[in-house]
Design a protein. Structure first.
Lengths: 112, 117
């Protein structure tokens, strides 16, 4: 069953602006991950945040996690045209082997 | 030096045919997966194998049969293809969570676009 739900479904911004995408999920998790997918390509892992972490940074990416609200956000600062892609959150539940359950994704368009 | 490679990249075939998609990873990962991405980009887990053993088998028609000859390979065979099987199929791999690594994100292949006509 679907776990993560991204919001918004689509986001259009200008280069240099920040982009924020949100993800909500339903059950207890071990960790939450964000992936990027360029058109016609596979998914690329961006960042992982564990359930006991609240914030994580990687370059221009900032991820937050609020387990009480079962939500996460991905912030891309100073966006570039090359950031144009679909972004997915994926939850890894707290049982057994790792299995990622993906949301429907946010399509980000960054215009020059 | 592709980490997760799957072949073919494109597959166009007629209804009723049987086809296979191959996947290989050279990362030494313990677990491999097959995901299906539909036309609305929704990704759904189909199967996962850990060290050649089937771990997850989601509600997938039994026309789909995964085979893992060794830890580095996970192939997907599909019998009696139907129009609704048209999608992009992704293979992925990951290291075991309990190995204590700080980052065990999945590594995805570039996908196989299957079109059934």
């Amino acid at each position: 069953s679907q776990q993560g739900e991204e919001d918004p479904q689509a986001l259009s911004i200008q280069e240099g602006e920040n982009a924020t995408m949100n993800c909500s999920y339903k059950t207890s998790i071990n960790n939450l991950q964000w992936y990027r997918q360029n058109s016609g390509r596979g998914l690329v892992h961006l960042i992982l945040i564990r359930s006991n972490e609240r914030e994580k940074h990687s370059g221009r990416l900032r991820v937050t996690l609020d387990t009480s609200k079962k939500s996460s956000s991905l912030l891309i600062t100073a966006s570039r045209a090359a950031d144009t892609a679909s972004y997915f959150c994926a939850t890894d539940m707290n049982s057994g082997y790792s299995t990622l359950t993906f949301g429907k994704g946010t399509m980000l368009l960054v215009s020059p | 030096d592709t980490a997760v490679s799957q072949t073919p990249k494109y597959l166009v075939t007629q209804m009723g045919n049987d086809k296979s998609i191959k996947c290989e990873q050279n990362l030494g990962h313990d677990t491999m997966y097959w995901y299906k991405q539909d036309s609305k980009k929704f990704l759904k887990i189909m199967f996962s194998y850990n060290n050649k053993e089937l771990i997850i088998n989601e509600t997938v028609p039994n026309r789909f049969s995964p085979k893992s000859p060794d830890k580095a390979h996970l192939n997907l065979h599909i019998n009696s293809l139907e129009l609704g099987d048209s999608a992009v199929y992704f293979c992925a791999s990951s290291q075991d969570r309990d190995r204590g690594l700080t980052n065990y994100g999945y590594t995805f292949g570039s996908g196989t676009r299957l079109t059934v006509v």
